[in-house]
Design a protein. Structure first.
Length: 87
């Protein structure tokens, strides 16, 4: 079980077989809120990974480019998941 903080006052508990599965579910739930999205281990409340919010337009020419950004036009984007632990 995982605990997700969407950075906007909304929290969800998500049950999934792997962290990759949780990330897929969360990617579909993310909305424009200008805050990082953080996944925690539900038992220890230890941060497992996050998608950082960048308040600038995504530029694919930057190095290194993001692999899977979630973009909101000129308003900003969520970068790739940063992971502390493997699945």
């Amino acid at each position: 079980m995982y605990f997700v903080d969407f950075g906007n006052g909304n929290y969800e508990r998500i049950s999934a077989a792997t962290l990759s599965d949780v990330k897929e579910v969360v990617n579909d739930m993310i909305g424009y809120n200008q805050s990082d999205v953080i996944i925690y281990d539900d038992d220890s409340m230890r941060e497992i990974c996050r998608r950082e919010w960048w308040g600038v337009k995504y530029n694919s020419n930057e190095y290194p480019p993001e692999i899977d950004p979630i973009c909101y036009g000129d308003f900003g984007y969520y970068g790739d998941w940063t992971t502390e632990y493997a699945d």
